[in-house]
Write a protein of this length. Sequence first.
Length: 440
Amino acid sequence: MTNRRSFLQLAGSSLAFPFIARTSWAQSSPNGRVQHASFGGGGMAMKDLRNIAKHKNADVRAIAEIDPQRREKAGNQFKEARVYADWREMLEKEGDELDTVNVSTPDHMHASMAMKSMQRGIHVYGQKPLTHGVAESRALTEYARKKKLITQMGIQCHSMKEYRTAVRLVHDGAIGKLVEAHSFSSKTWGDPDPKPNRKDPVPEGLDWDQWVGPAPYNEYLKGYYHPGKWRKRLDYGGGTFGDMGCHIYDPTFKALGLTYPISLRSTGPSPNEHNWGVDAVIEYLFPKTSFSKGSTLPVTWYDGSARPPARVASLLEGKSLPKQGSVIIGTEGVMLLPHLGMPSLYPQKKFKEFIIKPERGTNHWHDFIDAVKGVKPLPSANFDYAGPLTETVLLGGIASHFPGEKLIWEAEEMKFIDHPKATSLVQRKYRDGWSVPGLG
């Protein structure tokens, strides 16, 4: 059967950027319209939808939303779109006519939705973290690369002038060779209390079994999982690190030229049986990069009330640390980068005459659509970049299960050396009936 995308391939013209995927719109006329669908119709999904819909050549064709109230609101917002309660039904009925999707649901559903879409040749904008599990991120990254699909992770700050400026300053050598870095968030997406011993009625119209999907099954608890507190739960979210790590680590990861860590150690509290802990401190050691000084490069994450040590704060000459951000220390100076703020350089006396020229930001969502259409290069947060970033973040979650232990990571084989218990957390086991080829 010749569907819309294969027809466009046959009729398409030459590429403006030859390295873009040779699928879907990559060979089509840049004057055509991209047919888009969303996994999710509320929260971050609605933000993604609204921004993609603002692209002059994008149409929102379909939306899958499991919550009946959110489903109704999404249908009212996008009246031309077909709205589904089951994402699998949407993909089955609409898949042949779709060019792009955004996956903007709770973390535990990201991999299944993204992989099933890519297996139909659909380009994917996937919210952060890219997946819930480490092995899932590697699988999506490798599949997208193999099939030459256009991808973008939803770390929109990556494309903003603040983060782009910080990366350029480091790459230009403003603070010299890099010695260490510290990133932090004051959010507290954890819960030290045990899971309540009760079972609540499932709201009318909410398919709870589908909400759980491939993750371990837990009975519905009002206000405990859906719509927002799933981030605190081991089975469905990634805690504060999973929520904010891909955002705040991103400019450090990009600026320092990081890939996979050599080792990591958690010195914060461990999760309990069901929930992530708070006040995490996770120490990473990365291999030397072209921007670093020593043979290795230490990078540390803190969340909740945990913060970088006093010796780091003292380098800011009385400037208070923001609630979220990073401090990057080099041989010639220090950079403070607040989350969504412009960078500043220290010592102030040394950089008094230094003029920071802001980089120009880009539209993160529109960069994705333009790349799909073949009129711009690959998005900078494509899965080849976002996959390793997400893996690094998620490895920190694994380390938190083994406080005080130094875990040696073998990236190529995706295992911790001489630590089978930690390695067992790399690959998620999917619930019966929810397996996806290439995952679980």
